[in-house]
Design a protein. Structure first.
Length: 652
């Protein structure tokens, strides 16, 4: 070569510009000796990594094993070969390897692809052909490989229309900010803030004896045990008022659903004796007056195996939510009234056998079937339309299901020994391997979103969700009890994780283990009834604080820099999720004059469609106000972005 670089991926050496290019046989020799003489009397250039720098070359090389480090090694750190064994400069023997000089999690999305690297002189050379994340371009593709397309680069109209000029609220420097009853999701969307309540009870079903236990979470004591109203109880859900619902499977009979008051104030003195006949310990009481009612669900042999509570507040705003039951063998979903237990509606799910259920914060019901299917049902849409997806696992037998505060789902694969994260907005799946036989799962959102899962052998694992990774696995063994057949899990509002095991207590009874979430250490154990085979929402912590009923947000658009703005249309991208979004705007000659102007209603989502035409005089500024509202504890508007389209005056 003449004063330039040898093509990467081919052995060679730099020579002075007066020397002819090396012969093929000399190139082969260099690969073995890392030294080439360019002519009998010419200079010798030693360039082991073929980056154009080295001893005897036009410029020296501060690291001749790595083509990415040459003049200033203090500015370019050496590679972490433990984290990436094929990074440029890491040791190798020979051959070619697949490489990717970026976060490998981004490989699952967009245009990102791996490349190839060649082992030269005992070290990996540069990675050729890899496509790594770059800045997003508005073209319908995902350049930054995050699972989202054109985020941050869409025009104010919401597409890639070059002719659409204006301003955007909800991205970049004009991102949404929480205020006046609103909050921001991890994705940056504007939604309603949540009220904060506490819940300090744990409920579980003792499947082998047909009872349900209530545990005082703070003191780790069983304070009551109730007859479940049927055989083989296994699913538990706690509503917004703290009342417990217990679903009895009754494999060869008719499944039943029982409601139990979580507070003595809601128990009913049915015999008008002036006192409540109710359990005060581990012994059930016949005709317990805190057991509010039991209702049959489905037909003979339908087998209820999934249970979740929605955020319906009822006409007076004080209801605890309605239960939704998944009939496994009946292949159907049944919606019941939370106050009476009467069936309100049902929807068939042919080919889908519900096994576990959860409502996400936006009012969407999610269910899994054991054979690798995931169902979603928007409870605000009529008629109800189930949507079924296949879960991308190499094996089947799904088992547990929960949702985080953003609506992302965590699923466990019993036989796959995996935890799966599904992000519905991006239709993005992630998986991570776990110790064997992973069962129930619960997600905690305080600080860093975390998933806690149980393993059948009496262990539990903690996983980080962003990104999805296994953090640790620990034993549930405590003082005097060695749990096994661990299935159900829950999390209270006191900072504890709970795991329920069918075996481990005295005389073959089950045991509930309390774990400090900060230290992952066993804090207490409670002996309960026989064979608790429990799943569901054991504590109601997620039901303890719903969305606030209303919140507002405002943003000022200043228009064209030279003034004379022609205000055209307001584009709003939002999902109302059973709530409402009132869109208003006002106009004035400058920001100081806005206070004397009234807002003009442009429309309400979902009743009116975006974009909203504007009828303001040219020039000045425009302030937009959004009012988010909901009558549900789950389901609230989520605003993704607002674009105000305008036109600037051209030259005279």
């Amino acid at each position: 070569t003449t004063g330039g670089r040898h093509p990467r991926g081919h052995p060679g050496a730099l020579c002075s510009s007066s020397m002819p290019p090396p012969r093929p046989w000399l190139i082969a020799l260099v690969a073995g000796t890392a030294m080439a003489a360019c002519g009998e009397d010419g200079p010798t250039c030693v360039d082991l990594d073929f980056d154009g720098f080295g001893e005897g070359c036009p410029q020296p090389d501060c690291d001749d094993t790595n083509p990415l480090r040459n003049l200033r090694c203090d500015l370019v750190p050496p590679p972490d070969c433990d984290a990436d064994p094929v990074a440029s400069g890491c040791a190798c023997l020979d051959g070619v390897a697949e490489c990717y000089p970026a976060d490998r999690a981004s490989l699952a999305f967009g245009q990102c692809r791996t490349g190839r690297t060649l082992c030269l002189n005992g070290h990996w050379n540069v990675c050729e052909g890899a496509v790594t994340p770059t800045f997003e371009v508005c073209d319908g593709a995902d350049q930054d490989c995050d699972g989202r397309v054109d985020e941050g680069v869409l025009s104010p109209c919401g597409g890639c229309t070059r002719g659409c000029a204006g301003g955007v609220w909800g991205e970049g420097p004009a991102s949404f900010e929480p205020a006046d009853g609103t909050a921001i999701t991890p994705e940056g969307w504007l939604t309603l803030a949540r009220e904060v309540r506490s819940s300090a009870a744990v409920w579980l079903a003792n499947s082998a004896e047909g009872t349900a236990s209530k545990i005082d979470a703070a003191n780790a004591v069983e304070v009551a045990r109730y007859w479940s109203g049927g055989r083989e109880p296994s699913r538990v859900a706690v509503d917004w008022r703290g009342d417990a619902w217990v679903l009895n499977r009754a494999f060869d009979g008719v499944s039943t659903l029982t409601k139990i008051a979580g507070d003595r104030e809601r128990c009913v003195d049915r015999d008008a004796s002036g006192t409540l006949e109710t359990s005060m310990g581990s012994t059930p009481v016949a005709d317990d007056e805190c057991v509010l009612f039991t209702r049959p669900v489905g037909e003979l042999g339908s087998v209820g195996r999934a249970l979740a509570i929605d955020g319906n507040t009822g006409p007076d705003g004080g209801a605890g939510g309605d239960p939704w039951v998944g009939l496994h063998d009946g292949e159907a979903i049944v919606h019941l009234d939370g106050a009476t237990g009467e069936v309100l509606e049902s929807v068939a799910t042919p080919g889908f056998r519900p096994y576990a259920a959860v409502f996400d914060p936006w009012g969407i019901l999610w269910m899994i079937s054991r054979d690798g299917l995931l169902l979603s049902l928007d409870r605000f849409e009529r008629p109800l339309r189930p949507v079924i997806r296949e879960v991308p696992l190499a094996c089947f037998l799904l088992y547990g299901l929960d949702a985080d505060d953003s609506g992302n789902l965590v699923l466990t694969g019993f036989s796959c020994d995996q935890v799966v994260l599904y992000e519905p907005f991006d239709d993005r799946w992630s998986t991570v391997a776990t110790p064997q036989s992973v069962r129930g799962v619960v997600v905690t959102d305080e600080g860093e979103p975390t998933a806690w899962v149980a393993h059948t052998d009496g262990r539990a694992s903690r996983l980080r969700l962003r990104p999805l990774e296994l953090v640790e696995t620990f034993s549930l063994e405590g003082a005097g009890a060695v749990p096994s057949q661990t299935i159900g899990v829950g999390a209270d509002s006191l900072g504890f994780f709970w795991a329920v095991s069918a075996e481990g207590g005295e005389e073959g009874r089950g045991v509930a283990t309390r774990v400090d979430r900060d230290t992952s250490s066993v804090d207490a154990q409670v002996r309960v009834g026989l064979g608790p085979h429990t799943q569901g929402d054991l504590t109601g912590t997620k039901r303890a604080g719903g969305f606030l009923p209303q919140g507002t947000a405002r943003h000022l658009f200043e228009g064209c820099a030279q003034g004379g703005t022609a205000w055209l249309r307001l584009h709003v991208a939002a999902a109302v999720n059973g709530g409402e979004l009132l869109v208003e705007a006002r106009h004035a000659e400058d920001a100081g004059a806005l206070a004397s102007r009234s807002f003009v209603a442009l429309g309400t989502l979902p009743h009116d469609g975006s974009p909203f035409p504007l009828a303001f005089e040219p020039g000045g500024v425009v302030e937009v106000r959004l009012t988010l509202s909901t009558e549900n504890r789950d389901g609230a508007p989520a605003v993704r972005r607002v674009g105000l389209e305008w036109a600037c005056p051209g030259p005279d």
